[in-house]
Design a protein around this ligand. Structure first.
Ligand code: HEM
Length: 408
């Protein structure tokens, strides 16, 4: 039966939003997943099951676009219409044009990156792990600097600017959280950060326009059909999106993966013995503890989900993390089991917004987790569970302290 009473679901959803449950939201996802659909309040719904989420991600009647009327003073996009936001928050057809343009420049640049990523991982671990016994915070030492280094390499940003990117990434990410989890002060601060980000990027964009290089920014500015080229606002916002979407998510993948390996020493041993297991380990981390826990859409028509009519204009949260533990789709869903057959997890979303950086994220996750397994002798968690950052949507630990023995 489908729940139509707002209060019980709102309470369970409230427990998900509650920071004190951040270290283990899965019992609360499981509680919600007893029903396929919940109405939270008059216009807000939750969808919990794998099959429904998969179908809705591909349903053109669901929109990722902000339904609010556009600011009359907004600059124009390259389609000649008022600019509405990053491609993650746009619907076709303009979404598809911007995505294709980004892919055309992004994909060829990441194809050969694996050796460089492995070298970056080795270098970061060299800085923090010696031959004696010790302790490493995997988040600060590896999970944070790796994706920012990779994005800066793609954008042609010099290493000395990486701390600036790093700082923006952390602050901009809060923009993706449900607004009810933000304080007034955080909302004001976010607007300031978004303005500062554009101001910081503009000189870099103008410099690449004047002297294009081989980097992604230059490619987006100067290559391809001039008729569909991004304008400056779209470019700045796309770069912000790549930073937010590609940074904190990958941090969480590496951090969550480290936790999963150290809590499942048999898998750690298997990965150490067989680095080829890394691909399956990363897919299972993405299912078991997904860096993006849910995503939101609104309906542009009345739709029926699991027998329940969701009216046009309402907001729907697709609980990716609940779908990833749906027993109808995954045998033993609470078990961390890299060899599981048919691991069609929802961690990268689906449909037209399917993660554009999935291949890059996989490379980074595989390189980092393989190195952790092979470099650290007898690794163990110093604090379990670790403290978590406030973010709910892009959920991950603030630090993962790992003790290790001397190499004998
Ligand atoms: C979209 C997850 C890494 C760039 C998405 C979406 C998810 C996701 C769930 C769809 C959101 C929605 O439907 O509303 C992840 C995870 C990652 C990761 C779990 C790491 C483990 C990356 C990386 C990049 C990236 C490394 C690029 C550097 C993007 C972009 C979109 C996107 C640009 C928007 C695509 C569109 O709207 O067409 N990602 N992502 N992501 N991701 Fe990722």
């Amino acid at each position: 039966m489908t729940s139509t009473h707002p209060h019980p679901a709102a309470t369970a959803y409230g427990r998900l939003l509650d920071h004190s449950n951040r270290h283990n939201p899965y019992p609360h996802f499981a509680e919600l997943a007893k029903e396929p659909v919940h109405q939270l309040d008059e216009h807000n719904w939750l969808v919990t099951r794998h099959a429904d989420i998969t179908a809705l991600l591909r349903d053109p009647r669901l929109s990722a676009q902000n339904p609010a009327p556009t600011d009359p003073d907004a600059p124009l996009g390259s389609d000649g219409k008022p600019f509405r936001g990053p491609l993650l928050m746009l619907d076709p057809p303009h979404h598809d044009t911007l995505r294709q343009r980004t892919m055309d420049q992004f994909v060829p640049r990441i194809l050969g990156m694996r050796p460089r990523i492995e070298a970056m991982v080795a270098d970061l671990l060299d800085r923090h792990v010696g031959t004696g016994s010790g302790e490493i915070d995997v988040v600060a030492a590896l999970a944070y600097p790796l994706p920012v280094g990779v994005i800066c390499a793609l954008l042609g940003v010099p290493p000395e600017e990486e701390p600036v990117f790093h700082s923006f990434a952390g602050r901009l990410t809060r923009a993706l959280d449900p607004v009810e989890t933000l304080t007034e002060q955080e909302i004001t601060q976010l607007a300031v950060t978004q303005r500062d980000w554009r101001a910081y990027l503009m000189p870099m964009i103008e410099q690449r326009r004047a002297q294009p290089g081989t980097d992604l920014i230059s490619g987006l500015l100067t290559k391809g059909d001039p008729a569909t080229r991004m304008n400056t606002v779209e470019l700045a916002v796309t770069l912000g999106l790549l930073l937010i979407a590609g940074h904190e998510t990958t941090v969480n993948l590496v951090a969550n993966g480290t936790l999963a390996l150290l809590r499942n020493p048999d898998v750690l041993d298997r990965l150490r013995a067989d680095p080829d297991l890394a691909a399956a380990v990363v897919e299972e981390v993405l299912r078991y503890d997904p860096p993006v826990q849910m995503n939101g859409r609104h309906t542009t028509a009345d739709i029926v989900v699991a027998g329940q009519v969701v009216p046009a204009g309402d907001h729907v949260q697709l609980l990716l993390a609940a779908g990833n533990r749906d027993p109808r789709r995954f045998a033993h869903p609470d078990r961390f089991w890299p060899e599981r057959p048919g691991n069609a997890h929802l961690a990268f979303g689906g449909g037209v917004h399917y993660c554009l950086g999935a291949a890059l994220a996989r490379m980074e996750g595989q390189a980092a987790l393989t190195a952790i397994a092979s470099r650290l002798s007898n690794p163990r968690l110093v604090v379990d569970p670790p403290p978590y950052r406030p973010n709910m949507l892009l959920r991950g630990p603030e630090e993962v302290r790992v003790g290790y023995d001397a190499v004998t």
